[in-house]
Design a protein. Structure first.
Length: 411
């Protein structure tokens, strides 16, 4: 039984006796310019079984494909030695994540990739929030294809102001089997999860999704985190479909991807800006080029607080005049894309913490600080414009991002 692209799954978790705190680690696309974070995490995990061994932290992507066989071997070992065991059969995981922003309630579920489309303007029930960069998909496909497991950092948002879907389920959590309850490493807060496997519970969940679907007119889920990871799962499924019959496609595990579903209206879900760090760029030159770029398009820089350029220990704020209600990031990002093409000695990274940008801009290049969007504008923005500019917002600070805990077999 399933509804609106959401399916129960067989979910694997660290076996009893495995240190849950050392197992769970932050999403691989965080702290990508901070190798010290990952080195400290390595020290804290030590030789203990850990999701750190089955993910590819993007801070190390320059190492190429050499890590992939090691990751797959770790997955196979954890399965063979029962380090990971199936602890939820044909069900979901209700989870509670506690950080300084509060308690965030989520539901770990499988989504049908046939019901997901990242194309702007799609009418699918699961849609991307940001533009998908097709060139970023093939390297990720190499990591996923051939892997026996997935562990998700994808988070889907639902526009559920009355908390119809998860509210009652969370109220009944005391009656659910507890799967894990642990503090998280590296300031990640606390994580608790419960099994949702009873048919009555699942039917109530599907009924709530049906009601929400009517309210949302078919647009149930927006990909809040992990846009490119879900796009990668979609690409792998499209490749897999070519190899199997239509009958086999209905039940093939590659058709699905594990995600966490969260209510957009959760008070603990804070939208934070994602800043830019342009390594190797001279701040004054970058700023002059940006001003010229805007003049060519009938816009101009004026003193303000929408965009801050940070270099040589100085921070200068600007707004952009005559944007015609376009977000500042939608003006900035195309300029940065062009600048990087014309200055191939420069590189860009997307940083969640402003203090990290200010620190790196002292001697490594130029930082660009942005403000966050109002999260209530997310669903209307996607409906009206298809997608937002990439890296427009972050759901919380880096250490508040999803931590890997659950796994699912994908072949």
């Amino acid at each position: 039984m399933h509804a609106f692209g959401i399916h129960p799954a067989n979910i694997y978790l660290p076996a009893p006796g495995v240190d849950q705190q050392k197992w769970a680690v932050v999403a691989c696309d965080q702290f990508t310019s901070d190798p010290a974070y990952w080195q400290q995490l390595e020290e804290q995990v030590g030789n203990a079984p850990s999701a750190l061994r089955i993910i590819y932290p993007e801070v190390y992507l320059s190492e190429g494909e050499s890590r992939i066989p090691v990751i797959r071997a770790a997955m196979e070992k954890y399965l063979a030695e029962n380090t990971l065991t199936c602890q939820v059969e044909n069900g979901f995981v209700l989870m509670e994540r506690t950080t300084e922003s509060g308690k965030r309630i989520g539901l770990v579920a499988a989504v049908d990739l046939e019901d997901y489309d990242y194309t702007p303007g799609t009418s699918s029930p699961i849609r991307a929030t940001e533009g998908t960069i097709l060139s970023r998909i093939p390297p990720r496909v190499k990591i996923r294809e051939g892997a026996p497991l997935e562990s998700p950092h994808v988070m889907l948002l639902m526009d559920d102001p009355q908390d119809k879907v998860l509210g009652k389920l969370y109220e009944s959590r005391a009656s659910l089997p507890c799967l894990y309850d642990t503090d998280l490493l590296m300031g990640g807060g606390h994580l608790t999860g419960w099994a949702v496997t009873e048919e009555a519970q699942k039917c109530a969940l599907y009924d709530a999704l049906k009601a929400l679907n009517e309210d949302c007119k078919g647009f149930l889920f927006a990909v809040g985190d992990g846009n490119h990871s879900l796009a990668t799962a979609k690409a792998c499924w499209e490749n897999r479909k070519k190899e199997i019959s239509q009958e086999e496609q209905a039940t093939d595990p590659a058709r699905y991807a594990l995600v966490e579903i969260v209510n957009l209206h959760s008070p603990a879900l804070q939208f934070e800006p994602i800043h830019r760090m342009v390594f190797g760029a001279d701040g004054r030159s970058l700023l002059l080029d940006f001003a010229g770029y805007l003049r060519e398009r009938g816009m101009s820089l004026i003193p303000g607080d929408d965009i801050f350029f940070v270099f040589a220990g100085e921070r200068t704020g600007f707004s952009v005049k005559n944007t015609k209600n376009v977000l500042p990031v939608a003006v900035l990002q195309p300029f940065l894309d062009r600048y990087l093409k014309e200055n191939n000695n420069c590189e860009i990274d997307y940083i969640h913490e402003a203090d990290a940008v200010e620190r790196m801009s002292l001697d490594q290049g130029t930082g660009v600080l942005l403000n966050s969007i109002d999260k209530s504008s997310l669903f209307p923005g996607i409906i009206s414009g298809g997608v937002l500019p990439r890296k427009t917002f972050s759901m919380g600070h880096g250490h508040e991002k999803r931590y890997y805990m659950e796994c699912r077999k994908i072949k």
